[in-house]
Design a protein. Sequence first.
Lengths: 356, 108
Amino acid sequence: MMEKKLRMTRSRWILAFFLVYASMAHAQGDDLQKNSAGYVPVISGGIGYVHNINGGITTLEPQINPVLLLPLGHHVLVESRTSFSGSFQREFQTHGPFTGKVFKSVDYAQADWLLNTHITATAGKYLLPFGLYNERLSPLWIRNLQDSPITSGIGTRTSGAGDGVMLRGMAIEHPSWTIQYSAYFSALSNVNQLQAARTAGGDVSIFLPQRRLEIGTSYQRFLQGKEINSEAVYASWQPHAAPLDLKVEFDQSYYGRGYWIEPAYMLSQVPKGQKFFQHLQVVARMEQFYLVHSGGSSIPGVDTQKFSFGMNYYLRDDTRLLASYGRQFSSQGNANVWNFGFTHRFLWPLWPGRKK
Amino acid sequence: MKIRISALLIMILAIGGALFSASKLVASDQASDKASNRPSDNTKTPPAKAPIDYQAEGDRIFTANCSRCHMAPMIISPRITGTVLMHMRVRARLSRHDEQILLKFMAP
């Protein structure tokens, strides 16, 4: 009898704990899983036109970079970006009719398996995660200045992409800081549109969401021909107090080293003419490159410095007009670089959606 | 007697748990009220209206992460939100938790 009572008491205790934990879980998790998000295929990307004048030579540069996103369930994503960019110059550089051609390239074509917070496995042709620029800032609708930094060729040889596998994700998740990582291995490939070098490398960054500060470092070992190391250290900061976006990066490799610093400021705090100024962004970039050994690819053959200043006027969050001026200094000659144009980011479902 | 005591304990624990959950929901409501400068109205707002919490948290994650690279988009159709966030989870190395909060925020 006593034993029966004891068993009943124990089962009630278990029931009580279950009820308590169930109600706690309800309070914390609630219906987090429930939402109306759709998973239809998407075509996204950027389209734009840049009128470039470099050292007196005009180049017309229309571009379109469609990105295809094809989800297979909620854990596998196939994605690809193709680039169509025209380059048209006058036949005799400063006079004559414009002639040129359109270049087509597959920037990346990869399959992502989103295993969990800590691991996403990627296979295919992927953008090399080196520094801030190549993977994150290179799309024409994202970059604040249309010209790439001088050091963007460091750590991204030979095509800016790798063919192989990559693991990436959030290594540690904490309310006030997170650590992200990427690690990859790329095989040598000379297949048309899938060109890549034999490389291995990775990237680690710490992000402080409350301060909106990210500090990271990248490493790459080039494993064919002359085997060299490339390293980068970078920071990105968007303070709460001002509509400022500050990015800094230092890169070095066997061929050379350099840095760029790029502050961009939305003029939304100007007290007068708010209707106009809240859409206007001013941006500047200072960059210097120092040659160490000659013969590097995608980087200048001499010491080069450049200062650029630009303005972006956002007609909408996805469409902007742009204008920039830069002055480049090197022993090969100084030059003024002007850019005028527009960019637009598009984002369309490929067919009417099914909802989750 | 023992049975009554255990029944009483069960009730106390269940009520305690319910109060704990209710207090968490009220606190989150107040936090989101504070964030949106709205006066809190605990008597009229039942604790079950938890989505407000997701709004505040989603807004914070959205603003902090999007602005790391680009201008945050004003509108994304709920129809494509799941696909876009899968892409951003890969590119920005977001956590599964952040993705779920953002899904709730952008396509409630």
